[in-house]
Design a protein around this ligand. Structure first.
Ligand code: NDP
Length: 482
């Protein structure tokens, strides 16, 4: 028998009764003196932290990343330094639009966020299960997300807003095509790919820069959920993906992904046919083939959802030496907005929470002090300013990145490289689908587009025809407009 544990207040004071509150007489009112009751109710009122505006519904798991191929000619990042090297990591997988209690099996993009606890700090790969996004400029982001959320008057979901928005933002067509394809509803977390989506940069030991895209390809194979099954599960088992991932890891069926990169030499970005920093475009594999890097395995379930999944905080700003940013406008904005969201949700000390803190003790040497919930020794007696003469941490110029050449006038640029830019790649995707996949895509789009006014349907059909005549015509036929 284990030793009996005595229940205490949060201050550690033994509690005599957790079943009956203290009253003035058997039928009298409760006494304010029952501070244990007050503490219990007051803490309960404060159990929720602000929900993420996007990616609120999620599941997560711990794992390990193992290098299988030498890419040190492209990057000096220590986690890739030798074949066989293992790095602990944590992954969080989410839907985008739904609230924290919403169903898993809805048609939506999935968040694919990974934190690698490297010896030079945490690398967060904050991606999606799609290689592109709906927009290429973050100034449109809050508006776009509003179209995915509830209608302001009724608080009910709606189809109109997203089609109204997309009809005026043709750069969205590529992601819309992926969203309404079979891949818009994965069978489960193990059966989808993850993508860094943005272009990032690699920097090697000679301080040369390469542009890079990250692809985590599922080793379980892509599996998508038929629409009817997804609708049924959304009602009967709304946490289906969450439960299935947990059960799979519990029985030792640990999902794996192979990490590949596409590499573009720095100079080529200037002349490449596609703007390599446009988040609505991919780099075709024939131009930039996939290079294998390693394997990620999820092999341990969290012991506590709130501590590990809800409090996990990812930010694209967290890049380690050898990995860095690109001029992608969406990435540039996310460098700000993710950490900002976590400061709002979790407070200024969110990087000190166990799930977020770097694992190597030497890599949280900061002069930040104080702030709400600073629950460690707060730097003790160490100096809290720099420069100082007490041997406090100092910056190391050997970590400086090579300069990035910039030219031109400060202005607001649309960042297209051709008038037909937004139509070619969605058409390429449509053309690589089998006739059955095309049929389901057209059916899925028509199902949603059927709920909006005819003028809007016609506007969208004109856009789809520009990507591929058969694509637009298929939707027109389904909607009885041809
Ligand atoms: P490739 O034939 O070399 O690659 C096609 C890619 O499409 C594969 O990665 C495949 O993923 C993926 N794919 C197949 N069906 C779907 C779908 N319904 N939704 C999303 N992705 C799908 O061609 P390109 O590189 O020239 O690209 C052609 C089109 O493929 C692009 O316009 C883009 O829409 C899509 N694509 C391209 C990617 C890239 O990085 N080049 C990445 C993902 C999609 P898998 O092998 O895992 O089945």
């Amino acid at each position: 028998m284990s030793e009996k544990k005595i229940l205490t207040t949060a201050a550690g004071i033994p509690v005599s009764d957790n079943q009956t509150s203290l009253t003035a007489g058997e039928r009298g009112p409760t006494l304010l003196q029952d501070h244990y009751l007050l503490e219990k109710l007051a803490h309960f009122n404060r159990e929720r932290i602000p929900e993420r505006v996007v990616h609120a519904k999620a599941t997560g798991a711990h794992g390990v990343f193992t290098v299988t191929n030498d890419i040190t000619k492209y990057t000096k990042a220590r986690l890739f330094s030798e074949v066989g090297k293992k790095t602990e990591m944590f992954g969080r997988f989410s839907t985008v639009a739904g609230e924290k209690g919403s169903a898993d099996t809805v048609r939506d993009v999935r968040g694919f966020s990974l934190k690698f606890y490297t010896e030079e700090g945490n690398w967060d790969m904050v991606g999606n299960n799609t290689p592109v996004f709906f927009i290429r400029d973050a100034i449109k982001f809050p508006d776009f997300i509003h179209t995915q959320k509830r209608e302001p008057q009724t608080n009910a979901p709606r189809d109109f807003a997203q089609w109204d928005f997309w009809s005026q933002v043709p750069e969205a067509l590529h992601q819309v095509t992926i969203l309404f394809s079979d891949r818009g509803i994965p069978m489960g977390i193990p059966y989808m790919n993850g993508y860094g989506s943005h272009t990032y940069s690699f920097i090697n030991a000679d301080n040369e820069r390469f542009w890079v895209k990250f692809h985590f390809k599922t080793q379980q194979g892509i599996r998508c959920m038929p629409v009817d099954e997804a609708k049924k599960l959304a009602g009967e088992c709304p946490d289906y993906h969450t439960i299935e991932l947990f059960k799979a890891i519990e029985r030792g069926d640990c999902p794996k992904w192979t990490l590949y990169v596409q590499i573009m030499p720095e100079k080529e970005a200037e002349e490449y046919r596609w703007n390599p920093f446009d988040l609505t475009k991919v780099w075709p594999h024939t131009d930039y083939p996939l290079i294998e890097v390693g394997v990620m395995e999820l092999n341990r379930n969290p012991a506590n959802y709130f501590a590990e999944v809800e409090q996990s905080a990812f930010s694209p700003a967290n890049v380690v030496p050898g990995i860095s940013f690109s001029p992608c406008k969406m990435l540039q904005a996310r460098i700000f907005s993710y950490a900002d969201a976590h400061r709002y949700r979790l407070g200024a000390n969110f990087e000190r929470l166990p799930i977020n803190a770097p694992r190597a003790a030497t890599v949280q040497n900061v002069y930040q002090r104080d702030g709400a919930m600073r629950f460690d020794d707060n730097g003790g007696a160490d100096p809290n300013y720099e420069p100082n003469s007490m041997g406090g941490p100092v910056a190391d110029p050997t970590y400086a990145e090579p300069p990035l050449r910039i030219s031109g006038d400060a202005d607001r640029y649309e960042q297209k490289r051709g008038v037909d830019d937004d139509y070619i790649q969605p058409g390429n995707l449509f053309r690589l689908m089998s006739p059955e996949q095309q049929e389901r895509l057209v059916e899925n789009i028509s199902g949603s587009l059927g709920n909006v006014p005819k003028e809007l349907q016609e506007k969208m059909i004109a856009h789809f025809r520009k990507t591929d005549e058969n694509y637009g015509n298929g939707i027109a036929r389904k909607l009885g407009l041809m």
